[in-house]
Design a protein around this ligand. Structure first.
Ligand SMILES: Cc1cc2nc3c(=O)[nH]c(=O)nc-3n(C[C@H](O)[C@H](O)[C@H](O)COP(=O)(O)O)c2cc1C
Length: 176
């Protein structure tokens, strides 16, 4: 049994990225899914003074330990003004203070989605450039445009997108 972490890069309770990450992770066979909701890792705003005065928050250590136990990662990033959501970036910054290899070379399916036509393509490109320097082992990436028009639990409504996503999931399956 493989352990897959599904993480939405958002603190929205109704995060479409968390929904997409869980949807993809569920299709990995012989696996258990651990859903990471950033709201469950309550972290103060990162600042060097806060770190110096109070050290690393326990929630950050917990998440770091959890990533260590995973066989594979499904991460879907929310895009805020062309970049990471503040909640994700803050979590990421804390994690990088524990271990610069945040993603620990675990095979990752990296995705982004948004209600708009670009599907978070900008944040996805940023992460594709940055994550490999931070222990990211991106085996496949996928952007889902117009989430509300294209997403269905039974499979993406657009057949081409559905086939593409399945191929990306297969790439992760092979890598774990
Ligand atoms: C502050 C803010 C900035 C946003 N900027 C973008 C953007 O640059 N590109 C985009 O496609 N969507 C943008 N959106 C819309 C988000 O894609 C949308 O809120 C989406 O639901 C976020 O993903 P989540 O549901 O996983 O949090 C923005 C939303 C907010 C609140």
């Amino acid at each position: 049994m493989k352990k897959i972490i599904a993480l939405g890069g958002s603190n929205s309770k109704k995060s479409i990225n968390k929904t997409l990450a869980v949807h993809a992770a569920k299709q990995i066979t012989n696996s258990e899914i651990v859903i990471v909701d950033l709201n469950d890792f309550n972290l103060p705003l990162y600042g060097i003074d806060t770190e110096t005065e109070n050290g690393i928050p326990e929630a950050a250590t917990k998440l770091n330990d959890l990533i260590n136990t995973a066989d594979g990662l499904v991460v879907s990033l929310a895009e805020h003004n062309g970049s990471y959501s503040a909640a994700f970036k803050n979590t990421f910054d804390w994690l990088s203070r524990i271990d610069q290899k945040v993603w620990k070379n675990k095979p990752m399916l990296l995705m982004a989605t948004s209600p708009g036509g670009r599907g978070g393509a900008t944040v996805l490109e940023t992460a594709k450039t940055s994550f490999p320097h931070l222990g990211g082992n991106i085996v496949a990436d996928f952007s889902l445009p117009a989430f509300h028009d294209n997403f269905s639990e039974e499979g993406l409504i657009n057949p081409e997108l559905n086939t593409t996503l399945k191929e990306k999931i297969e790439a992760l399956q092979k890598a774990i």
